[in-house]
Ligand binder design. Structure first.
Ligand code: HDD
Length: 703
């Protein structure tokens, strides 16, 4: 074998180099983990060219040993996630409520890392299951790390952390056969839920279109729990956190979601990545709902109950700052996989409440990192490291990075000059709000926690007609995947406590009347209650409908970053080009799709279905109807209620399929690429979806 010239590795002479944690791999020769240059990365060391490999091959073992340990345990929940870097800036100082530095200096850009996730699926599962989405934000503030570990839904399934393992076991794939992946549509989940009336509000959210977002960039975020703000004077108020996306809140259709899962399971991850690479930086405004200490008990629900939201009509959301995501991670594992969030990562000015779900979380997150990241030093990984300096007497442990230069590792001390010394409140030391406490030790909940249905009703009543239809069909779908009739029936009976029509519409799909069910005697109802006395306790809602709970009136005035496909063969290319340019001027991301690649085409039909686009145009009169992929392309776009422009004879398509009515359906435009059509098409895309086209899958009736 020809001898290669070896360039010597640069000596790592400087002490600070020992603390390096990144490697760009550029113009560097290959070495072992110990820095030994490797002469042959193709062949293991053998006893002769046809002989066995030698145990002595330390280079082979160095490589394979590391490879064998490349995986760490995935998160028990939220295993599937996508992350991005960015920054947060407050608009005006919030000093009257909080002393948190990053919420008081408009000039300060606080770096953030955000990880979005699904909950139930494994790490490699699809981005588009029906599921809650995690929305976790790590703020690298000057006062240390602050983590806002929220979801895209403002409420949670259970009221007390002690039920979390039960909830998660029920929704994860079933224990005997590990099916289904990333789906709540199976019977252990619905068995559990039908016995947990407190979950009914979150179930409304989970069955709604919120659970199948169009994009991570088009989701709201919520801190869920009530937290506390504390100002310089030591005064405290309650706060609920919101993230409001500047692109509006949008979702896909359920049939579309299932198809995307097959065609591009990385749909959300890709969408986020591409938007950031293209410079279309996703933005959210941070919103706060503030409740003064004196108003703590004025609502019919308990502020500490995580199954309740505060209707925006009662307490408006004040937009106080903006988060921009402008940088993709360089390495998925080092950043998105190793990032470790914890609701107990707080800064002075923000404190916890006694919400029993939050209290349990405070234990769970550190505990899980010990297993996942291998020990107590996970805070030293680059993605978790605070920008604020860290000085304490915590030492050693698995994978310690810091080389502590002082041997004085206790406090109080004189040998180390008393350092590190305790910070006073005046110098920024964290102090908990001194909430008065005196009560008996008890396993119970406050009475207001027993109100399980009033906000489930509020949510259902606040949905537009198409949104309600989607919710009904989601329940029909999910319960059809339940094999045990008694579980399904109990669940339908439970729905009747939310809304009679809802329960009836779901029951209709199973050909049964709405079963009458007694509320289950679970731990949220006192155990000595006789069954005949178990009545739903419904607080009188102060608001009957809340506009903010529906997506119908979200932002729909632009097509910025919307994905549009133009189906065009070589003959239609000139028209496709004109249309593409016009849509791009409005900020859309446009791709030309062709049956056979041509110079103006970006993708072929075979690899590119319409489900990964927001709108389609078909150009030219070629017999598209003969091509099976083209048929699915157009039919899916029609079924999923997307804007469709048929240009230059393409309208023949629907006629050939015996769907002449489709040509008159809302959102379907016919014409040439003249200005009028382009203008109408842009408007139709901005409207997001034309739900009026939908038919009920059970009755076949419109809307
Ligand atoms: Fe949790 C992860 C959000 C209740 C225990 N949770 C996790 C993540 C998010 C949430 C966004 C992913 C963070 C990331 O991207 O790494 N969790 C919530 C919200 C909850 C909630 C909004 C209710 C309001 N969680 C909750 C409870 C417990 C946990 C009640 C346990 C008692 N959650 C965990 C966990 C995870 C986690 C097992 C898995 C991986 C991790 O923490 O780091 O500890």
């Amino acid at each position: 074998m020809a001898k290669r010239k070896i360039t010597k590795a640069a000596p790592t002479a400087k002490a600070e180099d020992l603390q390096r944690d990144t490697s760009d791999g550029m113009e560097q020769q290959l070495t072992t983990a110990q820095g030994l240059p490797i002469d042959d990365n193709q062949n293991s060391l053998k006893a002769g060219v046809r002989g066995p490999s030698l145990l002595e091959d330390h280079i082979l073992r160095d490589k394979i040993t590391h490879f064998d340990h490349e995986r760490i345990p995935e998160r028990v929940v939220h295993a599937r996630g996508s992350g991005a870097h960015g920054y947060f800036q407050v608009y005006e100082p919030l000093a009257k409520w909080t002393k948190a530095g990053f919420l008081n200096e408009p000039a300060r850009r606080t770096p953030v890392f955000v990880r979005f996730s699904t909950v139930a699926g494994f790490r490699g599962s699809t981005d588009l299951p029906r599921d809650v989405r995690g929305f976790a934000v790590k703020f690298y503030t000057e006062e240390g790390i602050y983590d806002l570990v929220g979801n895209n839904m403002p409420v949670f399934f259970i009221q007390d952390a002690i039920k979390f393992p039960d909830l998660v076991h029920s929704v994860k794939p079933e224990a005997h056969n590990e099916m289904p992946q990333a789906a709540s549509a199976h019977e252990t989940f619905w068995d559990f839920i039908s016995l947990m009336p407190e979950s009914m509000h979150t179930i409304m959210w989970l069955m709604s279109d919120r659970a199948i977002p169009r994009s991570l960039r088009m989701m709201e975020g919520f801190g869920v729990h009530t937290f506390r703000f504390i100002n310089e004077e030591g005064e405290s108020c309650f706060v609920k956190f919101h993230w409001k996306p500047l692109l509006g809140v949008h979702s896909v259709a359920w049939d579309e979601a299932t198809k995307i899962s097959g065609k591009d399971p990385d749909f959300h991850r890709r969408d986020l990545w591409e938007a950031i690479e293209n410079g279309d930086f996703p933005e959210w405004e941070l919103g706060v709902q503030i409740v003064s200490a004196k108003d703590e008990h004025k609502f019919p629900f308990d502020l500490l109950d995580p199954t309740k939201l505060i209707p925006e009509e009662l307490v408006p959301v004040q937009r106080v700052g903006k988060m921009t995501l402008n940088r993709n991670p360089v390495n998925f594992f080092a950043e998105t996989e190793q990032v470790a969030f914890h609701p107990g990562h707080l800064v002075p000015g923000i404190d916890l409440s006694n919400d029993p779900l939050l209290q349990g979380r405070l234990f769970s997150y550190i505990d899980t990192q010990l297993t996942r990241l291998g020990g107590p030093n996970f805070n030293e990984l680059p993605i978790n490291r605070p920008l604020a300096p860290v000085h304490n007497n915590q030492r050693d442990g698995h994978m310690r990075h810091t080389i502590d230069k002082r041997h004085i590792n206790y406090e109080p001390n004189t040998l180390g000059g008393g350092c590190p010394y305790q910070a006073s409140m005046a110098s920024g030391g964290f102090t908990s709000f001194p909430e008065p406490m005196e009560d008996m030790k008890i396993r119970a909940k406050s009475e207001k926690f027993m109100d399980h249905f009033s906000q489930a009703k509020l949510f259902y009543n606040s949905q537009s007609k198409p949104e309600r239809n989607h919710l009904i069909n989601a329940l029909r779908f999910e319960l059809a995947k339940v094999d045990t009739a008694s579980v399904r029936e109990r669940m339908i009976g439970m729905l009747a406590y939310v809304d009679g029509d809802l329960a009836h519409s779901v029951a209709e799909a199973f050909g049964i009347p709405v079963p009458e069910v007694k509320l289950p005697l679970n731990h949220s109802i006192p155990a000595d209650t006789p069954p005949e006395d178990v009545q739903p306790y419904d607080a009188e809602p102060l608001v009957k409908r809340s506009k903010a709970l529906s997506m119908a009136d979200t932002i729909k005035d632009n097509i910025h970053t919307r994905r549009v496909a133009i189906l065009a063969d070589a003959d239609g290319a000139p028209q496709a080009k004109t249309l593409k340019a016009a849509l791009q001027r409005e900020g859309a991301m446009v791709k030309v799709i062709a049956p056979v690649m041509h110079p103006d085409a970006d993708h072929t039909l075979m690899t590119t279905p319409s489900v990964v686009f927001d709108a389609i145009a078909v150009v030219g009169s070629q017999p598209w109807e003969d091509l099976p992929d083209a048929q699915d392309f157009v039919r899916d776009a029609f079924r999923h209620c997307k804007a469709i422009a048929l240009i230059g004879g393409a309208d023949a398509l629907f006629k050939v399929w015996g769907m002449p009515d489709a040509l008159k359906a809302p959102g379907v435009l016919i014409g040439s690429t003249d200005k009028v059509l382009v203008k109408d098409f842009i408007q139709a895309i901005a409207a997001h979806r034309h739900w009026a086209r939908e038919k009920d899958p059970v009755t076949g009736k419109k809307g």
